[in-house]
Design a protein around this ligand. Structure first.
Ligand code: CMC
Length: 430
């Protein structure tokens, strides 16, 4: 049976009215197509985009109320348990899970692109050693367009695919270099025998003087962090990538914009902020007082709450499990900081204030703890998030560019400044 087009009718107080089509996706809320309002000289007002869909997408589905997250239709829990980051990357970029041959070819292709142009190593030395690694990431990733300009014709699907592979393959190398530069150690080249997460740990922690074999439990934990953070539909950084890309800017520049947006503590900076908060609380005995301060609205509990998930974040449930596994593997459960984190989790999950406000630990609460347990420095936490999200950004960017209906992004505003007035000569100003 053919579905009948449904409409929402908006009637203004001056009697004019407009019929707006109601659009339905495969899953999720219906969306009212408000584009017809512009013919009446009207715009919609929705700061923070609480109820505004900025695009159509087939990549990621979230139901915040039900706590669901699917990549290309596959539940995140299944992918976290059964898949690995490179397979998930293939899925996000291509829409389907790979066959064995496709997975092998993809892995080979990504692995063969992990080294960066040798001059990039020298580019690093322009940064201060004490620069935040995210500042370095924004700069170096933006600079990739100066090194790989042979694949920047964004109207060419082949160029887009090459750039996508390059960015996915090189981002762990650049992240590890940012860390090595910060601590003053020599850069470690990637090794083709390692998998994606393994290589990242190797490049961060190996030195030319010591043998280093990544611990498989820790590799798996990092791989899970990468899977869980790989995409999250139209969040602030992804929307930033899309908006930058809508002007036909090159993909490396767009990803650099995404990294900048991710850096903020309300977004990707939350795992770093969580650890800083735990260090500030300092001891289990201070949790109660700290929580009281949150209720008195003196500050927020970092790593708690989410714009979309108002029940449990499904990624947090998976990460919680990994968090406990890693703490047990490394025998860290009784260490002060981790004890404190678990107490904070217990209090927040049972306190009526947090229950009423539907504030649950989010994925960054647990990933922060896991990253710390893996020995990754706190200032690298958001960098790891950026490594994971790069595949989501590039998939969303590619989807937008391939869409024949895509247009430059141009939000409207509700102007509240001065009305028209005439220039007053300086001598006559009061
Ligand atoms: N601690 C204490 N109270 C909070 C928190 C928090 N973390 N988050 C929200 N609230 C309260 C807020 O005070 C407000 O209370 P009331 O209604 O009494 O005034 C209510 O909850 C709604 O807050 P909101 O700011 O309108 O909610 P939002 O949907 O705009 O904020 C958020 C979402 C993630 C920015 C916010 O929860 C937050 O600041 N969390 C801490 C930072 C964090 O962990 N961010 C990572 C998000 S997950 C990673 C990612 O996907 O990027």
């Amino acid at each position: 049976m053919e579905n009948k087009q449904r409409y929402a009718t908006l009637t203004l107080d001056d009697g004019r009215s407009v019929e707006m089509p109601i659009l339905s996706g495969t899953m999720g809320s219906d969306v009212i197509d408000v584009r017809g309002l512009s013919k009446m000289g009207l715009f919609t007002y929705d700061p923070g985009f609480f109820v505004t869909a900025s695009c159509t997408s087939s990549i990621t589905f979230i139901d915040g109320e039900a706590g669901l997250l699917y990549y290309r239709g596959y539940p995140i829990e299944q992918l976290a348990e059964k898949s690995d980051f490179l397979e998930v990357s293939y899925l996000l970029m291509n829409g389907e899970l790979p066959t064995a041959a496709q997975a092998e070819a993809f892995k080979r292709n990504v692995t063969r692109h992990t080294m960066v142009h040798e001059q990039i190593a020298r580019f690093f030395s322009g940064f201060r050693r004490d620069a935040h690694p995210m500042a370095v990431m924004v700069g170096v990733v933006g600079a990739l367009s100066a090194f790989y300009h042979d694949s920047l014709d964004i109207s060419n699907p082949h160029h887009r695919a090459i750039s996508a592979t390059r960015i996915l393959a090189k981002i762990p190398t650049i992240a590890a270099m940012a860390h090595k530069y910060h601590v003053g150690s020599p850069f470690m080249y990637p090794k083709n025998k390692y998998g994606y997460a393994e290589n990242l740990l190797y490049m961060m922690f190996a030195t030319p003087t010591e043998e280093y074999e990544p611990n498989p439990v820790l590799v798996r934990a990092l791989d899970r962090i990468l899977i869980l953070h790989a995409d999250h539909e139209q969040n602030a950084s992804t929307s930033t990538v899309r908006l930058a890309g809508s002007s036909m800017a090159n993909p490396f520049a767009c990803i650099a914009c995404g990294i900048a947006a991710l850096w903020g503590p309300s977004h990707g900076g939350a795992n770093e902020a969580t650890l800083k908060m735990l260090e500030e609380i300092g001891d289990v005995s201070r949790v109660k007082d700290y929580v009281q301060g949150v209720k008195d609205k003196k500050y927020r509990l970092m790593g708690f709450g989410h714009r979309v998930y108002k029940n449990m974040d499904p990624r947090a449930a998976v990460m919680r499990e990994t968090c406990h596994e890693v703490l047990a593997e490394l025998n860290l459960e009784n260490q002060k900081l981790f004890e404190l984190a678990m107490e904070l989790e217990r209090v927040a999950l049972s306190d009526p204030y947090f229950i009423d406000h539907r504030l649950y630990p989010n994925v960054d609460f647990y990933s922060g703890i896991v990253l710390r347990a893996l020995g990754i420095p706190v200032n690298m936490f958001t960098v790891i998030f950026a490594v994971a999200r790069t595949v989501g950004w590039i998939s969303q960017w590619s989807e937008m560019i391939a869409d024949p209906n895509y247009k430059i992004g141009r939000p409207r505003q509700l102007y509240q400044g001065a009305a028209r007035r005439d220039y007053v000569a300086m001598a006559e100003r009061e």
